[in-house]
Design a protein. Structure first.
Length: 263
């Protein structure tokens, strides 16, 4: 590539030049690959492109519409499912807090500090944490851990171990800011999918943003699925399952076969 070609690629482009019209999007998981075909194509900014925009006066802050809020919630649920389907999490965890930690900000900070402290004490581990609003209005958190080496102790009530649906419940030994519950996750994609759907349903309009951005937070090293816009290979394969909803069509293919066609 000549320098002039590099410069041409890096220069700011018009919005039309930099936009990619998406007719289908593939999300590649460990066992299955999902292809989403929207009812109407949508546009996105091409990777590596910037857009020249005129400076405008900052618009007045408007209240987010119900439609935008619902779209944001759907995206959050989808991202949670995506992360769960490409990470072999080992623990399903729940954190509650003592009554004196009343505000959302206080509870979020307590948990962030505890996770940071644990990484220093027991080594790095991967996590995905989601906030849930209780009927009382107070926040508590659900999450998934992998590679956590800290000590777990069997949960007990009046001296007897707590068994729920045939499973031993555990507590984090050094979590002192409230109550914790830990369940060891069965291996396999089905268990991951079941738990991710269980947690995703708690994402509602009342779920607060963490760090002012997302309704969840995750470790930087966590796996995320590969995605591909406008794939052509899916037309050569027979889906093992497909469904539709108000937003479009979803087709599912064995990832092993997808990789064979893509190579």
């Amino acid at each position: 590539m000549q320098y002039s070609e590099i410069a041409e690629f890096l220069k700011p482009h018009t919005e039309t030049e930099a936009s990619l019209l998406v007719n289908a999007k593939a999300t590649i998981y460990t066992l299955l690959t999902k292809v989403y075909i929207p009812k109407a194509p949508y546009s996105k900014l091409r990777d590596g492109y910037t857009v020249t925009k005129k400076k405008l006066k900052a618009p007045r802050k408007q209240k987010i519409s119900d439609e935008d809020l619902e779209r944001s919630i759907r995206r959050t649920r989808s991202k949670i499912r995506d992360i769960c389907m490409v990470n072999s999490f080992e623990l399903f965890v729940t954190f509650t807090f003592k009554a004196e930690k009343k505000s959302d900000a206080q509870r979020i900070q307590v948990l962030k500090d505890w996770i940071k402290n644990q990484k220093k004490r027991v080594g790095k581990f991967e996590y995905l944490v989601i906030a849930e609003r209780h009927k009382s209005g107070a926040l508590h958190f659900h999450g998934f851990f992998r590679g956590y080496e800290g000590e777990l102790v069997p949960a007990e009530h009046k001296g007897r171990k707590i068994i729920k649906k045939g499973r031993q419940l555990y507590n984090f030994k050094n979590y002192k800011s409230g109550f914790s519950t830990v369940i060891k996750i069965d291996k396999g994609a089905q268990s991951q999918a079941t738990l991710s759907n269980y947690v995703a349903k708690y994402i509602t309009k009342d779920t607060p943003n963490i760090n002012g951005r997302h309704r969840y937070w995750a470790s930087q090293s966590i796996n995320r699925p590969e995605t591909e816009e406008n794939p052509e290979w899916y037309t050569k394969l027979e889906p093992v399952y497909e469904t539709t909803n108000d937003y479009g069509r979803f087709m599912f293919f064995p990832t092993e076969k997808v990789m064979q066609v893509r190579s």
